[in-house]
Write a protein that binds this ligand. Sequence first.
Ligand SMILES: Nc1nc2c(ncn2[C@@H]2O[C@H](COP(=O)(O)OP(=O)(O)OP(=O)(O)O)[C@@H](O)[C@H]2O)c(=O)[nH]1
Ligand SMILES: [Mg+2]
Length: 186
Amino acid sequence: MASYEVGDWVKPINTFVLLGRPGSGKSQTGNTVTGCDKAFEFGFHAKRTPKKCESKQTEICETELCVIDTPGVTFFEKQDYEDILSNMPKEGPSKIIFLLCISIGRLTEEELSLINQYFAIFGDDFAENTIIIFTHLDEWESDMNDCNVENPKFDSYLHTLPEQTKTMFRRFHNRYLPLNNKQKKG
Ligand SMILES: Nc1nc2c(ncn2[C@@H]2O[C@H](COP(=O)(O)OP(=O)(O)OP(=O)(O)O)[C@@H](O)[C@H]2O)c(=O)[nH]1
Ligand SMILES: [Mg+2]
């Protein structure tokens, strides 16, 4: 006789966890993903952005979605992971997808070091469950236009990256998405 688990009937809630350096565009990406300008506080405020994770649950195309915004840190530690876990949906199973936000053009040693810390905390599977989101696409395109490059192709930016960075991105199977968070939401 076939055996069934409760999980066979319960659809997992897709959970996006926003990661990245301070100011990399995590909160704005959360707003883009949820389609709501005010889901997460964003911007260069005089006051500090929240020190703890914040989560919003919504439904998109009849699918339950939970989005967890994390505070910008330059060093990611176990307690940051625990904070994420405490914001996971309480009801039913969850499928975690990390959205690793990187502001185009600002890739530094610190950025790579932070990514290595994610691997240390989340394990080798981190890359399997991650999409790299390159934010500020509009600013990059505008800069390229100022340099007389019409219709710039984002892939050309990736070709200019140092070998060390390209090697790192290969671990993510080059799963990336350039994003303009300033584009008006429909
Ligand atoms: N032009 C442009 N600005 C963006 C984009 N994404 C984010 N920003 C701006 O970049 C700044 C930082 O964005 P946030 O979303 O607050 O960044 P964050 O990673 O949440 O910052 P912390 O919470 O402080 O770590 C804000 O002024 C955003 O409006 C984008 O795609 N294009
Ligand atoms: Mg933020």
